[in-house]
Design a binder for this molecule. Sequence first.
Ligand code: NAP
Length: 434
Amino acid sequence: MSISVAIVGSGPSGFYTAAALLELGADCTIDIIERLPTPYGLIRGGVAPDHQTTKRVMRAYERTALHSKVRYYGNVELGKDIALGELRALYDAVVLSVGAPFDRPLGIPGEDKHGVIGSAAFVGWYNGHPDFRDLDPDLATKAVVVIGNGNVAIDIARVLVKSKAEMAATDLPGYAEAAIRASPIADVYMAGRRGPIEAKFTNVELREMGELEDCHPVVEAAQLPDTVTGEMSDRDRRLREKNMASMREFAAQSPAGKSKRVHFTFFAKPVEILGGGRVEGIRFERTKVTDGRAVDTGEFFEIACGLVLPAIGYQGAALEGAPFDARGGVIPNARGRVEPGLYVAGWIKRGPTGVIGTNKPDGDEAAEAILADAGAGGKPGRSALDAHLASRNVVPVSFADWKTIEAAEIAAAAPGAPREKFCRVRDLLAVLGR
Ligand code: NAP
């Protein structure tokens, strides 16, 4: 008998779980349930708009979505249109691949001021995510501080300083493009609480900062160590040495008439966001790094700015009907199995780290656990979901509907751009005449 599988969340980990089930030759039906009308999670809403090559992985996910065993249910929200308990009653296996959509708080005074915007919201805004379409960030400032030394921090810095020409072949939505062009932002400070060796951004992303048309990367040569020291694998050492080499090149580069700067600001632990109702600056404590850890020095300094964008990592949220480890922001599991019948993959399983490919082994593990537990199957799955949704007057967005939306986005694109996204749920549904 065929087993029925529901996968909640259509980002990379959801699609890799579906693909793994198909590769294992499972006799199954797979229904991918997604809160938004549009699929692909962070590929559409998180990967930077100027990283179109990375977004190409959508093509592989599309092949999975078009498989005869797979059906896409967009615009269906777990917890609203169907409760987790109800879904589990209908399906032999439910996989939660819902990601880690919220910003971790900084936990310092002033964090609630106007002009402090976490990376989940800010990245969502410039990526046309419906939750953040109307964020309307106030970019009327010359200086911005991005907190964090990860790839998200570097993405944000880069999108803010790239020129119009550099963003032409991207899917940065028109409203975000207009806001960034109208902004006087000239200095972006990217602040890490540890040093250049400990920075988490990868070398491809770092190197891009040295190749920008109108932005100079500012690195203080004195902050760069002569050699990469500390306990680490040979691979890590090589990667960090590459980063040091790139930063040494930056330190030697001339500003050459460029009108913007990204300042790599190391050994800077944020302690307070300054200003009245709105941000006017940020106070840092200078750190030194001992055994890989940031140690306070008692020395403070301030940077004046009108916008603070913490990019310090994400966290998952509790879902009714599933256990939750609030400290780790994950659903406790053993190799993807929460309990027989309930599985996890991606950031809600293991926290918000890794690249897109890191989700593939998650999909493999979840698929193997599902098949090990499933027995003969027997729960009705799809037909019962259709009946449930119809009883609630919920009309899902099918994959064919999504392709209609996508075709309209491609048709609306400016010359050279891959698409012009529809960014509000009502606008997405309007394409379908709903
Ligand atoms: P991340 O790589 O974990 O970086 C978070 C940064 O925030 C670190 O520099 C961290 O410093 C800092 N931080 C954390 N808490 C802080 C605090 N309280 N005060 C000051 N700084 C703090 O996370 P991410 O940038 O959000 O990226 C998430 C994952 O997605 C990563 O695995 C990343 O590589 C991946 N990603 C990849 C790409 C790409 O491949 N192009 C693009 C975007 C994201 P410490 O190191 O000191 O903790």
